[in-house]
Structure formats: C-alpha cells, structure tokens
Design a protein around this ligand. Structure first.
Ligand code: WT7
Length: 643
C-alpha cells in the first residue's frame, strides 16, 4: 500500500461562511443519523413520491441480501420526471445537450416526459414486460437517458454497456443478462469523425439468442447494415408513438438496473441495483453533497452513462431533484482544449463533477486555457473515481474554483450505488486528497486483517459495517459470488469488504489509498488484471501473460503487461506489440490497451505457481526489487530487466 502525502494532511480548508449560510446540509443531519439511523433513512425516503408506503425501513434478516423500504411501491421515472411537471416545473430545462459537432438541444421536463412516454409506449408495443432486460449501447445523447428512464418507467431492468466497449464485451453482457432489446445508434461522434457503433452491435447480436429487436437512433447518418424484422429506427417508432403514458408503481425492491464491473477474476460481475433504496440515497446525496438548488444551479457531471457515476449522478440523483444539467457528448479536447471551459461559460455551470485524471490532464494543458474563460459561475467542485493527489486538488480549487469553491472528494463504488464518504460542503473542513468522513447515515471503518478497528494514524482495509439503502442487492445470476467477493473476508463480523486500502490521519480523517486486490484503476475505470491477461493469452502468439497496474502521472495507473510467447512464434518486435495491444482493444475495449507490453522469457513465480505481481510492479515502476526470497528462480529478473 502506498501512503498518502502526510505533509498535506494538516492543512485543512475551513468551509467559507458565505457558502455555509445557504448550504442544504447542517449539523442536524449527522445528529439525526446518530440518534436513529433507520429513522434518518426513512426521513430521506420522504424526498420521493411513493404510491404505497413501506411497512419496514430495513429487512436484514437474510443478510447479506437486503430489503429496504419493505412493501413500499414507487415509480422511479415518475419521481425523476412526472412529479416535476405536476409541481408546475414542466418548463424548466432538464437537459442542455451539447453535441460534439456543436449541435445543441434543450429538453424541458415537459419534453422529457413526452419523450420518455413515447419510448415507453414503443417498448410496450415491442412486447416487453416488467422484469425483462434491455441492453443500452449508446453515446452521451439525450436518447440514452430517455431510454434508461423509459425502462425504469416500465419496470424493465436496463444494462448499460459503455459505448467504448468492444462487440465481444457487449455480447457477453447481453448473454449474461439475456437482454431482449438492444438500443444503440448508427454511429457516434468522436474527435470530429463519425465512428460506427451499429456495426459492433451487429457483431455482438449475431446469433445472440435472447435479442428480439435492435432499436437504432440515427445520430451520425452513416451507412448501417439492416436486419429486417429485427432492426427498427428510433425515428420510425419512438418518435411516432403517443406522448401519453401512465406510470405504474413497482415494488421498492424491483430491479432497476444491472451494471457490469470488473472483479478480480476474468468475468465481469453484473451488479444489481433496485429501486426505492437506490433512489433515496441517490437523491439524498445529490442534494446534500452537491448542495444542489433546483431552479438555480446548472449542474454538470462529466461522466458517461456507461459507468455508475452516469447512472447515479447524471440520471437518477439529479433528475429526482429536478436538476438543470449539461450533457456533453464528446471528448474534452474536441475541437480544442477549451471545450469544457467554453461549456461552463456558455451555460453558467455552477456545480462541476469530474475525475482526477481529467483534472491532471487540464493541469498538463496549462492554466492559460481555463484562465481564458469566465468560470465565475462555479460554486462547487466534485471529484470521483480514484484518490485525488493534493497537487491536483489545489489546482482544481485555485484555477477552476477561483480559490474558494469547496471540493467534495466523493468515495463510492459501482456496488455502493451512491456516494458513501465525502465532505459535506459548508460543514466539513476539507484537506487536499482526503475524502474525510462517511456521510450521515453511512457507517464505515478502517480495520486490520484480524478485523480490529483502527484509530487515528491507523492504516488498513476499508469496510462498511452497516447496510445502506443504495447497496447492491447481489450479482446477476451468481449469489454465491456475491457472498464470496464482498462478505467472506469479514464473515464473522458481517462487514462489506470494499477492496480498498485506507488510513486515518492523526485527526481521524479518512484517506482512501486505492485497491488492494488485482483490480487496476486507469483514468477512474476499473479493469481487472486477469481480464487483460485472458485477452492477451487468447492471442495465438501468447503462451502466458502477467499484467500489473503501474503508477502513471495522468491516468493514475497504467497497464503494464509481461508476456511469454508460444514456442515457434517469431518475435516481430513493434509489429507484434501493436498486434497485441489491438487485440486487447477488440477483446475488451481501447481503454484496456496496455501502456507497455514486454516480451519476456519467463515470469517470476512462487513455488506454488503464483505470479509475483508485486515484483513485476517494482519492475514496471522502475524500483528496486522487493523481497524475492519466495521465488523459484530469482534470476528470472535478470532476463526481464535485460529487455
Ligand atoms: C473504485 C470503485 C464511484 C464511481 C466511479 C468508480 C476508487 C472511487 C474514489 C475516491 C479514492 C476512489 C476506489 C473504488 N474510487 N472514488 N474519491 N477516492 N478512490 O466506480 O468503477 O466501481 O470503482 O474506485 O478504488 O473501490 P468503480
């Protein structure tokens, strides 16, 4: 485990009085949660409209399978759309869409209700019924959000697959969830060019037994192959459908979505989230952590709906709170490195939520770029996805936040569903690089291997020792893996093991240090070492592969691979490496391409045959080798280093 920067931890930034004066959150939140945790969550659930009240806040009798708001019924889409219209806010802009080529569209809540209703009517006409699964493979366009909400409205469980993933990755997710409908686009705009997406969708669905229809939004106008009877254009169906649709309530525990994430073994896990508890925590955290004021703030979360951040902090949390938000389709440097700052200036963005990797990229580009814009609308900044280094934190606050915007460093995971550990703006004094403390209502601890809780100065593993409303309800089709992955490490205590190392500083503030398992964090994306290894070994030239995450200045970690070639394979040098990197892109995604691949004659192994990743990481990061005494043949490193 690496340590955080202790010299930074003493310097706390107290909340500014001006911000505190109007902040949603106050000390009474923590007091209420401390006095009665479940009562506190029941009060938070009142943020939503329920069709049927619940009879019990939490049923934990079948732990680790939780039921929150037992017996309660609600419609998630109604809570995100209809009720704002019914409250008289139908003319408020929900989404300011900014397309990469410069096209724009603003959707009010009235518009959103009509669109979601049209999509819901279309899905019903296609024969889909509550409980069916729908795969979504789309870029950041309003139709993607409309599709998610239409699914929620009908009780269809969506599975969004990041549009940067390959056909192979999409196929395995479609098969695992047995999705009946796939919603996609002809192509997506990337750096000024139309990149095909339907083509990958076709490859993924060819022979996919469960798929009945492929619904296609025309985004770029590029040519596509067409399967009559199966494929449908969005403009021929959804846009022709009736804009009237009445939402039915579903059980609080009705599955809202499945989202696949990398685990320590090769096969991605389908994380299941349900409705009432998830929406409660999404709404509560978006309201308090971002201090969001409906009708005043312009909010922008730069994530993609392919990740959990997009689910919870673009779709469900913000829309449940009646947000006005920016949705941007493209990359930050298209057409120039000014794009994000132009957007902030244009829409008067007041809350900006992004990832440390982008902040470090902005730093590299230089402050003259943001300085060329009026960013005075910004009043709160957020960070998510990986530990933020103190230098990036200070730069973010000084350059983007005019030296005064509070920064919320939010720790959470696909599995937690919503933010768990974060400062509360206006209340918490912040330290550059620290997520500070669990939110009111959330309980977390740092413990050692023997489950002993640690105090100030302690360094160990992060656990969640109480269930929380937005917690995952399991892994799709694999309850055993759910127990093993998260609950077996501290089985006797009944604690959730997050997979992260963390420490308390001398003041008792919490610093998340990063993964302690074989999961890498590349630009805030979770990628397992074994997934990349499997991809490499599936190439005809590779006999064996070992992959490690090595520290990287911009992306947090970079993927470094060591491969042994099969016998009689000729090492063609750069050409081979290029082939292998391309192969990983096809098998998983371009984001999983190794930064560096080294062909080696042998891999360092223990006597029991385990690859010593720790030592490979030393090599990849250019360090002195750690303890090599358990290796079968310490001399392998001479060969590896000789490369
Ligand atoms: C892992 C979860 C939560 C949405 C994005 C990632 C790391 C996340 C922080 C943070 C330090 C963080 C952890 C965690 N992580 N946020 N603020 N400080 N580390 O979701 O793909 O499920 O990854 O991201 O290692 O376990 P995810």
């Amino acid at each position: 485990m690496t340590s955080a920067a202790p010299d930074h931890e003493q310097q706390a930034f107290p909340p500014n009085a001006e911000f505190t004066a109007t902040a949603h959150a106050g000390p009474e939140l923590q007091a209420a949660a401390d006095a009665d945790r479940l009562g506190f969550w029941a009060a938070q659930a009142e943020r939503l409209d329920w069709a049927t009240p619940w009879t019990e806040v939490l049923d934990w009798s079948e732990a680790p399978f939780a039921k929150w708001f037992v017996g309660g019924e609600l419609n998630v889409a109604y809570n995100c759309v209809d009720r704002h219209v019914l409250a008289g806010n139908g003319d408020r802009v929900a989404i300011h869409f900014e397309g990469e080529p410069g096209d724009t569209r603003s959707l009010t809540y009235n518009d959103l209700l009509a669109e979601v209703s049209r999509a819901a009517n279309t899905f019903t006409e296609l024969g889909l019924v509550a409980g069916d699964r729908v795969a979504i493979y789309m870029p950041m366009i309003p139709e993607a959000i409309v599709t998610m909400l239409a699914c929620a409205r009908l009780g269809l469980t969506h599975s969004v697959v990041f549009a940067g993933f390959s056909a192979t990755a999409l196929r395995s997710r479609i098969d695992d969830a047995e999705a009946k409908l796939l919603v996609t686009v002809d192509g997506q705009w990337r750096r000024g060019a139309a990149a095909p997406l339907k083509a990958s969708a076709d490859e993924a669905t060819s022979g996919a037994a469960s798929i009945e229809h492929v619904l296609v939004v025309q985004r770029t106008g590029i040519d596509v192959e067409w399967t009559e009877g199966r494929d449908l254009w969005w403009h021929d169906t959804v846009e022709q459908a009736s804009p009237e649709h009445e939402a039915q309530p579903f059980d609080a525990e009705h599955p809202l979505f499945i989202l696949y994430t990398s685990g320590t073994t090769g096969k991605p896990k389908g994380i299941i989230h349900t409705s009432g508890g998830y929406l409660t925590q999404a709404s509560y955290t978006h309201h308090n952590v971002f201090d969001h004021k409906a009708g005043e703030d312009v909010y922008w979360c730069t994530a993609d709906i392919g990740w959990v951040t997009g689910h919870t902090y673009i779709v469900y949390g913000p829309l449940s709170n009646g947000v006005t938000q920016v949705v941007y389709e493209g990359t930050p440097n298209s057409p120039t490195q000014h794009r994000h700052f132009e957007i902030i200036e244009k829409y008067g963005v007041s809350i900006y939520y992004t990832a440390p990797t982008l902040i470090r990229t902005f730093m590299k580009w230089g402050r003259e770029i943001p300085d060329a814009h009026d960013l005075s609308s910004i009043r709160l900044l957020g960070s998510v996805g990986e530990p933020i280094n103190p230098e990036a934190w200070r730069w973010y606050r000084d350059v983007i936040g005019a030296g005064k915007a509070p920064i919320v460093d939010t720790w959470w995971q696909t599995e937690t569903g919503a933010i768990m550990i974060s400062p509360l703006p206006g209340i918490t004094a912040t330290k550059p690089g620290s997520a500070m403390a669990p939110l009111p209502g959330i309980s977390a601890k740092i413990v050692d291997d023997e489950a002993r809780p640690l105090g100030p100065g302690g360094n160990g593993y992060l656990v969640l020792d109480q269930p929380w409303p937005a917690m995952l309800r399991g892994i799709w089709g694999d309850p055993q893996r759910y127990r093993e992955t998260y609950w077996s490490r501290y089985e006797d205590q009944g604690w959730y093991f997050a997979g992260d190392g963390a420490r308390y500083d001398e003041d008792g503030d919490l610093w998340v240090l990063g993964r302690v398992d074989d999961v890498m964090n590349v630009s805030g994306h979770r990628i397992s070492t074994s997934e990349v290894e499997s991809a490499l070994v599936s190439h005809h030239t590779v006999a064996e592969a070992a992959v490690v995450g090595a520290a990287d200045e911009t992306t947090g970690q970079g993927i470094v691979a060591f491969v042994i070639l099969r016998e009689n394979v000729e090492n063609t040098g750069d050409a081979l490496i290029k082939d292998l990197r391309e192969h990983v892109a096809v098998e998983i995604s371009p984001i999983a391409k190794p930064r560096q691949i080294t062909v080696v004659p042998e891999l360092p192994k223990t006597r029991s045959g385990k690859i010593m990743r720790r030592l490979l990481r030393d090599v990849a990061e250019g360090r002195e080798l750690g303890d090599t005494s358990t290796l079968v043949d310490p001399a392998v490193f001479d060969a590896i280093r000789g490369k």
